[in-house]
Design a protein around this ligand. Sequence first.
Ligand code: COA
Length: 164
Amino acid sequence: MRVAVYPGTFDPITNGHLDIVERAAGLFDCVIIAIADENYKENLFTLEERKDLVKKVCQDIPNIEVEAFQGLLADFVQKKKAYIIIRGLRAVSDFEYEFQMSVMNKKLNRDIETVFLTAANEYTFLSSSIIKQVASLGGSIKGLVPIVVEQALEDKFAERRKRS
Ligand code: COA
């Protein structure tokens, strides 16, 4: 059985991520979406909220599992006996960082291979940060994130406005 791991922060999952998930699910027997707990980023959603959103968004894809991980990705991949890491490439600007990560992961465990999928054209400009920024300022993010994520962002910013 060919198991692949698709890691990320997913704060929150976008249609760009979903496109990669769906295509990876067509290539491998099982794809584990691995949500990084701490990733040197200040997250809007808690780990549980991010995991819950990913689960909801991917519930109709049968060969997907959703898990959180802490520490090194290479260790998580080994623990899962997966050895394949999926990463999405949106633009040339992603390449340097992705190249560094793939070489470092291979250094940590030489059995690990990174497979890059190029992002669909319509999502090459997307990032979770830009979605959060537009949503926080009341702009439309329709078609860029799944509906449950759109609603979760709306609720999160409404709750924040109420508190401030
Ligand atoms: N469509 C839309 N957006 C995408 C995307 C796609 N296909 N692919 C990535 N992005 C966006 C993400 O939303 C994210 O946006 P943000 O920076 O605004 O939040 C950005 O691109 C990068 O995110 P992602 O690809 O998910 O990577 P990440 O930086 O969130 O996560 C880890 C990177 C978790 C895989 C990496 O840090 C890691 O492995 N951490 C564990 C510790 C470790 O092992 N470190 C050593 C690594 S060699």
